[in-house]
Design a protein around this ligand. Structure first.
Ligand code: DOR
Ligand code: ZN
Length: 346
């Protein structure tokens, strides 16, 4: 049995850091584990301009604990009215690493998102020309479509036609949750990739209703049937470079989760690498964790790999029950109070 594993420092290619006091609370957990992170732009107001992205990046850097080396990679939030030149200028200046497509009303703070992908044809054409990645929240929003089918319907009705119109556009299918997504991405060229979260690797939809309703297992896209989870585990642990790490850690105050209409999002940042290690260990694939966590993402984004290393040890730890917010509230981490088999030691 492997007792300890040292790998190149990983990066988180899909992360929600929030802002203000919550940013200060959650950022140290990610910066402790990861060298870089792709920071989602779904704040209120959303990050739609270069100035807003630069100011947000400065707030993130100012919120870092002393002497912690962590690089936030900023993204632009696409709207129906996005000016292609603003996106391209931000990419050329090295501020925007990518642009994010939220179908309007698909998830948290997506009301300003895109109501029809054809509204942003010119933006996407320009992104294809300059090699700027499009990050996709891949779900249709039609309430008539069953929530468990929204990802597959998006792939068939939006994503495949998009790749036919713009065959060179670089795309990351964020937080893949289905067999359908795995198959689509696996068969695509190297310009298309997908991130996979720890919670979608560990939970199936029963976890939302285990002995009662479990709001801390509610996220979007929603966790799916067991055969989808198994397809995700197979993809992540296969060594296929299309697939890389993206936690989608998405903190919400407990008061916003444990309520009649709770927010979507799972806060896994405190133990993200330990959770991935658990999945890879169970699949007998710890030798492939480094590629998934630390090599495939930089390769997709054309960035250097990290030079530092991290070490994970097979020794138990108890996940804290809560993380306190400065306003008196708290955030419940994924697996709160449970014992994990792995621990990040350095
Ligand atoms: O569960 C989610 N939470 N999914 C998303 O797409 C957004 C995120 C958030 O921002 O809370
Ligand atoms: Zn997300």
């Amino acid at each position: 049995m492997i007792k300890s594993l040292t790998i190149r420092q990983p990066d988180d290619w899909h992360l929600h850091l929030r802002d203000g006091a919550a940013l200060k609370t959650v950022l140290p957990f990610t910066a402790h584990q990861f060298g870089r992170a792709i920071v989602m732009p779904n704040l209120t107001p959303a990050i739609t301009t270069l100035d807003a992205a630069i100011a947000y990046r400065d707030r993130i850097l100012a919120a870092l604990p002393p002497a912690v080396d962590f690089k936030p990679l900023m993204t632009a939030y696409l709207t129906n009215g996005t000016d292609p030149d603003v996106i391209a200028e931000g990419f050329r200046d090295g501020v925007f690493v990518a642009a994010k497509l939220y179908p309007a009303h698909a998830t948290t703070n997506s009301a300003a998102g895109v109501t029809d992908i054809r509204n942003i044809d010119r933006v996407l054409e320009l992104m294809a020309d300059i090699g700027m990645p499009l990050l996709v929240h891949g779900e249709v929003t039609d309430p008539a479509v069953d929530i468990f089918d929204r990802e597959a319907v998006f792939i068939d009705t939006v994503l495949i036609p998009l790749t036919e119109r713009l065959p060179t556009l670089r795309i990351v299918f964020e937080h893949a949750t289905t067999e359908h997504a795995v198959q689509f991405v696996r068969e695509a060229g190297a310009h298309i990739g997908a991130t996979i979260t720890p919670h979608h690797l560990l939970l199936n939809r029963n976890a939302m209703f285990q002995g009662g309703i479990r709001p801390h297992h509610y996220c979007l896209p929603i966790v799916k049937r067991e055969h989808h989870r198994l397809a995700l585990v197979e993809a992540a642990t296969s060594g296929d470079p299309h697939f890389f790490l993206g936690t989608d850690s998405a903190p919400h105050a407990v008061s916003a989760k444990e309520t009649a209409c709770g927010c979507a999002g799972i806060f896994n940042a405190p133990t993200a690498m330990e959770l991935y290690a658990e999945v890879f260990d169970a699949a007998n694939a710890l030798d492939r964790l480094e590629a998934f966590a630390s090599l495939h993402g930089p390769r997709f984004y054309g960035l250097p790999v990290n030079e530092r290393t991290i070490t994970l040890e097979h020794s138990s730890q108890i996940v804290p029950n809560a993380v306190a917010l400065p306003d008196g509230g708290e955030i419940r981490p994924f697996r709160a109070g449970e014992t994990l088999a792995w621990r990040l030691v350095a």
